[in-house]
Design a protein around this ligand. Structure first.
Ligand SMILES: [Zn+2]
Length: 342
């Protein structure tokens, strides 16, 4: 039995101690480099001109040589209009990176000495950056697809005679949602090269597992010729003919006689449940897409070093634009509807 990846030294290339030891200048230099590379040129977020703009060291801002607007290292990014030192944002990112089963806002608040409100918004900005920066090219080869229900658990009444049939639609909580996951398996050659499990994961929020939604999502996100592995749910009965569909009946077995499993989807849900039950406890339907994608990202980067994940997340934060949902959240700016994918 080989050593678990996370126990290997190469899994940990950056620590919270190192990040917290950074000076404000270090943090500035790092964020600048992640955003614009290590050359002299920076890009004005107002007009897009890339060159050596006039830098004012005292205030750490640039004046654009083209449009004459001022901008800082975080202008136009998810961390725009930040009030805390940049160092603390980097600390939040390393805490987020290291928490392989996710992290709650209360914990980040305690670790960084900021309010729950601040930590909550900060974590959601990071999650939004991951979703905005998600790579959505079509999945290929063997794809494991499944849905799992989140939220809306109806607690049974104390007395048996007061209990209702929780299977009926009218007795279910309206906040119940389904996370639909699609996971591309590594090819045989990739497995021989030492890879295991899923390679790429996409998640979607739907009201329930059904043929109509699958009929729209599969062609949009799964390349023709792929082999789709699904369980016995009838939602997968009418997938387009351009796919081969293999089934495993979970009522009877976890692995069908022909070797078909749906285990990659199951392992995603295993991580998501631990996150949901153990860290966040509640996931409002409105933001379930962010939570679901966070766990997809963690699954797909599970064999990266934490230093690489940290830089990747920071890069996504730098490239995501000012958050529409989370900038000014506690001043009353909230996302209006939820993002059901279909
Ligand atoms: Zn400009």
């Amino acid at each position: 039995m080989s050593l678990h990846f996370l126990l290997k030294a190469k899994a940990r290339t950056l620590s919270v101690v190192q990040v917290l030891a950074m000076s404000d200048d270090d943090a500035f230099t790092l964020f600048r480099e992640v955003r614009w590379g290590d050359g002299d040129e920076v890009v004005c977020p107002h007009c897009g001109m890339a060159r050596r703009h006039y830098f004012r060291p005292a205030r750490k801002i640039w004046r654009c040589a083209g449009c004459q607007e001022d901008f800082s290292v975080t202008s136009g990014t998810i961390f725009a209009f930040h009030k805390l030192p940049l160092r603390l944002y980097l600390a939040a990112v390393i805490l987020f990176t290291n928490a392989v089963k996710g992290i709650s806002a209360l914990q980040v608040g305690r670790d960084l000495g900021v309010s729950h409100k601040t930590a909550y918004v900060l974590l959601h900005k990071i999650r939004e950056s991951l979703l905005v920066g998600r790579e959505e090219s079509a999945l290929q080869g063997e794809i494991h697809v499944d849905g799992a229900y989140v939220g809306g658990k109806v607690r049974p009444e104390n007395k048996k005679e007061d209990r209702v049939d929780r299977r009926l639609a009218e007795n279910q909580d309206p906040d119940k949602r389904c996370i639909l996951v699609m996971r591309q398996a590594h090819t045989e050659a990739e497995v021989e090269a030492g890879n295991a499990g899923a390679k790429k994961t996409l998640t979607f929020i739907v009201k329930n597992e059904n043929q109509a939604d699958l009929g729209k999502l599969a062609p949009a996100y799964i390349a023709p010729g792929a082999v789709i592995c699904a369980d016995e749910s009838d939602a997968y009965d009418r997938l387009p003919a351009k796919y081969a569909v293999r089934r495993v009946n979970h009522g009877k077995e976890y692995r069908a006689d022909d070797g078909t499993t749906n285990n990659l989807a199951e392992s995603y849900f295993s991580r998501f449940r631990r996150f949901h039950i153990g860290q966040i406890h509640k996931a409002a339907p409105k933001y379930l897409d962010n939570y679901a994608n966070e766990m997809a990202y963690r699954e797909d980067t599970r064999r990266w070093s934490n230093g690489d994940i940290f830089r990747d997340i920071l890069g996504k934060c730098a490239r995501a634009l000012v958050s529409r949902d989370w900038c000014g959240y506690w001043q009353g700016n909230h996302r209006l509807g939820e993002s059901l994918v279909v």
